[in-house]
Write a protein that binds this ligand. Structure first.
Ligand code: GAP
Length: 465
């Protein structure tokens, strides 16, 4: 990792190499929105596919859904988000900057202020003469609540308009389908419903690249259980979340668990443990695991007047199930993986190479195929290999520039393997396989290339755990 402002280097690499671009850039940018470029999109897809495979397809106690972003407005009243999904904020009267007051106080005083009332927060800000991070003055409004949900008017008829909210979590789309899943699928408690999708939050102080953005993706599971099973199920899910972290290649020394204090818990949670990651800007939440009790289903039963009870097989017991919720941010996964993988490595010859040590499963390009020179017959053979592999994995062909430069370009993309066709290939039907991390090269018989790559690229997690 580079010593100075590593995040800046990662942001620059993401733009330079087509991972992530600033949103609406040709119009001067649109704060805290980002566009995923071709490599970022591929990496995101790899993560989501792997997550789905690991947590849904490979388990017999999970089903998946794809619910709408726009849900009936009553959903958000029932869930408590209309009333309670707020941040306390203040405006600077001088420069008009808007800030989360808890962050202002925490950063200036190094204390946690969760659980304090608006007037306590305002007093603290005034007593301690906290300065505006933008203009340096100490002249703030009183603290007030700001709801984080984006909303938009929906015209149902010419005369009436109704507010629709963009979902701030994917979870509610799962809860409101609980009854349909029970009725249409042969599921038995304990079981889980998974979903991957967009969520939106009108964050007051977003930032740190894609760490906190206003539009992001979540991979969430609501795991339905009998109340008595909650502690055991919670612990099992925490272990499964760690397995996932291991699977996609996080360095264990960059991960920790952090349990929420009582005053930090969300309105629906009785226990929450975050998996926090050591980002260049400090330890921050990467994923979360919450025991949501039966709060959500009970609320939906009350607001919808539709029973959310589960009847066990023998018909002996009727109850509203309790829920353990593991939640994973896609964008934070990408940022953490990039931070974990980024290295500016000083080579023996004194040169520096920038490399992403991404796990082959998340790497956007699995292999790159080069003819040593852009000449026949090397190019024809290299093209043949490229087309053979392209149907199996996302691979690239590159014939331009010096071979060293082509390797460096792939290092920056995190491509685990490069295959070079040279004049020996014509004589003995072998190619060079170059390993990204060690930069070592080995000769591989052309006929075994697919087999060798399949062995290196295929993930068998049964063997891992
Ligand atoms: N359903 C529970 C829930 O939404 P959360 O801790 O508010 O819990 C879950 O969000 C995950 O979504 C977080 O752990 C994080 O990875 C991601 N996330 C939350 N807010 C985000 C934001 N503004 N930008 C990017 N990712 C975010």
């Amino acid at each position: 990792m580079a010593k100075t402002d590593p995040l800046k280097h990662i942001v620059a690499l993401c733009k330079r190499r087509g991972f992530i671009y600033p949103g609406s850039e040709i119009y001067g940018g649109f704060a805290n929105t980002y566009s995923y470029g071709p490599y970022g999109t591929q990496m995101k897809k790899n993560i989501k596919d792997l997550w789905w495979k690991f947590f849904v397809e490979s388990r017999s106690d999970m089903v998946g859904i794809d619910g709408p972003i726009l849900l009936h407005p009553k959903v958000w009243e029932a869930s408590g988000h209309v009333q309670g999904f707020n941040d306390a904020m203040v405006d600077c009267k001088e420069c008009k900057g808007r800030f989360r007051i808890d962050k202002l106080l925490e950063e200036a005083l190094g204390i946690e202020v969760e659980g304090k009332t608006l007037s306590e927060l305002t007093s603290l800000l005034q007593e301690k003469k906290i300065r505006c991070p933008k203009c340096g003055k100490s002249n703030f409004t009183d603290a007030r609540y700001f709801n984080l949900m984006f909303h938009t008017p929906m015209s149902k008829t010419h005369n009436s308009a109704e507010i629709a909210y963009l979902r701030p979590e994917t979870a509610q789309a799962i809860f409101i389908e609980f009854k349909n899943i029970i009725d249409s699928m042969r599921v038995k408690i304990p079981f889980g419903i998974a979903q991957i999708g967009k969520a939106f939050r009108n964050e007051i102080t977003p930032g740190n690249f894609i760490f906190r953005v206003i539009e992001f993706e979540q991979m969430e599971i609501e795991y339905f259980i009998e109340e008595s099973q909650w502690e055991k199920t919670f612990d099992t899910w925490l272990l499964d979340m760690h397995k996932w972290c291991h699977l996609i290649g996080f360095k264990p020394q960059h991960l920790q668990e952090k349990e929420h204090k009582k005053e930090q818990l969300s309105h629906y949670s009785k226990k929450t443990v975050d998996i926090i990651y050591e980002f260049p800007f400090g330890w921050q939440e990467l994923y979360g695991l919450a025991y949501r009790t039966n709060f959500d289903l009970t609320q939906h039963q009350e607001y919808s007047k539709i029973s959310q009870e589960y009847i066990d097989q023998e018909g002996k017991k009727r109850y509203i199930p309790h829920v353990i919720e593991p939640t994973f941010g896609v964008d934070r996964t990408i940022l953490a993986l990039l931070c974990d993988a980024y290295e500016e490595e000083t080579l023996k010859n004194g040169e520096t190479r920038t490399v992403l040590h991404l796990h082959p499963f998340v790497a956007p390009v699995k292999a790159a195929i080069f003819p040593l020179m852009n000449k026949e017959p090397l190019t024809t053979v290299a093209h043949e290999i490229y087309h053979r592999l392209k149907v199996l994995w996302n691979v690239e062909y590159d014939a331009s520039g010096a071979i060293g430069k082509r390797y460096r370009r792939q290092d920056e993309l995190g491509t685990p393997y490069c295959i070079t066709v040279d004049y020996d290939t014509m004589d003995n039907q072998t190619v060079t396989l170059r390993h990204r991390d060690s930069m070592e090269q080995e000769r591989i018989p052309l006929e075994t290339l697919e087999e060798v790559l399949r062995e290196k690229l295929n993930l068998r997690w049964e063997e891992e755990f």
